[in-house]
Design a protein around this ligand. Structure first.
Ligand SMILES: *Cc1c(COP(=O)(O)O)cnc(C)c1O
Length: 404
């Protein structure tokens, strides 16, 4: 805003930073949501990949209600047994040796960045503080994470930017190699770019990135806030590449709707977050831990991830059929597991509104991409219903001028 312009009218009471759809929901059940007039919707957005186990999952509801009647919060001045238990379970089933709990994704990312800087400081390289990220990335809305992503839309008007971040084209390993200096602390990447249009990093590319980091004594930080916690059919997406990162930021599905995040790290890094270096008042409180452990109960059950892979294959096959039939409108189907992107030949927002009016909720990613992020518990019947709704949408669309 320039100074000679009038400020925009403020209608309040909420600050106007969200472009909300004209709808509100009253209750949910599994993959279904019901709006305030009682109309039913199939939820393939899942609160932006958050409701991994759908809505009102009985095991999660029981865990939250049981804990709510006992103890909500004590702070990290005291031991929180459920926090130790959840950390142990995450460690047992991942690359990690240590966990720090947060309330959100961006806090998990902040911890990851601080940890990378602290590691180099503590190991005699205080000059290594820079983090290299990729174009199209999204790592949250804090001053550090907008500086990390560096995207104009995120940083405009919020300067001066925090220093110590650089960006290279996605996914250009040679550019990353060229960007490494004796100030580089870490390379940061989403194994599947979420906000950037649902673009997976290929397994071999992640392997090469791991090798590059090792070569230069640089830490590898993965932002698995959206693609982790079962979304791709593995607890963490990087498992598909068979690599071990140094630090991972997790959130979204980890609480399946309860605000929860976690920063996970290998022992050589985790050991440097000593007493007084970092903290959170709410992070890992008993309410969050009750839900987090309940989520793990479900996700760690034998066969759960195999089922996610089956559902993902079934959904993807249906989408690929749609692309074969409507390729002039539906330009690309991509993603990994139940994190899928549909690229259209036109802006996605009006299409999302149309789908919503036809009972299917989806999310947007970039200008022309619809994101499908259904709960991991969807059934084939849910998928058939979503495919039928998408087919109705595509049937009703005329090719755009340039392609007809
Ligand atoms: C959602 C998201 C974040 C930010 O998480 P918040 O909980 O909104 O702070 C960061 N990185 C990725 C990849 C995300 O999808």
């Amino acid at each position: 805003m320039t100074e000679d312009k009038l400020p925009p009218p403020f209608l309040g009471p909420l600050m106007p930073c969200y472009n909300r759809h004209d709808i509100a929901f009253e209750r949910g059940e599994g993959v279904q949501l019901f709006d305030t007039s009682g109309r039913r919707y199939l939820d393939f957005a899942a609160g932006i990949a958050v409701n991994a186990l759908g809505h009102a999952h009985p095991h999660l509801v029981a865990a939250l209600q049981g804990q709510a009647a006992k103890l909500w919060h004590t702070s990290n001045m005291y031991h929180i047994p459920a926090q130790e238990r959840l950390a142990e379970r995450l460690v047992d089933h991942s690359f990690a040796d240590g966990v720090f709990f947060t309330n959100s994704g961006v806090e998990a990312m902040e911890c990851a960045i601080k940890l990378a800087r602290r590691y180099h400081y503590a190991t005699g390289n205080p000059g290594r503080y820079e983090v290299i990220a990729f174009h199209g990335a999204f790592h949250g809305r804090s001053l550090a994470t907008i500086a990390a992503a560096g995207k104009e839309k995120l940083v405009e008007g919020f300067g001066p930017m925090l220093t110590g971040f650089d960006q290279v084209p996605f996914f250009d390993l040679e550019a990353a190699r060229a960007a490494i200096t004796d100030q580089t602390a870490a390379i940061l990447v989403e194994p599947v770019q979420g906000e950037g249009g649902i673009v997976p990093v290929q397994p071999q590319q992640l392997k090469d990135l791991r090798a590059l980091c090792d070569q230069h004594g640089v830490l590898l930080i993965l932002d698995e806030i959206q693609c982790g916690m079962g979304r791709t059919g593995r607890l963490f997406a990087h498992e598909w590449a068979g690599i071990e990162p140094d630090i991972v930021a997790s959130a979204k599905g980890i609480g399946s709707g309860f605000p929860l995040g976690a920063c996970l790290a290998k022992a050589h890094v985790a050991c440097h977050l000593g007493v007084g270096t970092h903290g959170s008042t709410y992070g890992g409180n008993p309410l969050a831990m009750a839900v987090g452990n309940a989520v793990m109960d479900v996700m760690l059950a034998p066969g759960f991830m195999d089922d996610v892979c089956d559902r993902a294959d079934y959904l993807r096959a249906g989408l690929v059929r749609l692309k074969a039939n409507y390729g002039h409108i539906l330009r690309d189907v991509r993603g990994l597991g139940l994190m899928l992107g549909l690229e259209f030949d036109r802006p996605a927002r009006p299409l999302i509104t149309q789908l919503m009016q036809d009972g299917l909720l989806v999310a947007q990613s970039g200008e022309n991409v619809i994101r499908l992020l259904p709960p991991l518990i969807i059934t084939r019947a849910d998928i058939d219903e979503a495919l039928a709704t998408l087919t109705r949408l595509l049937d009703g669309l005329l090719p755009t001028e340039e392609t007809s």
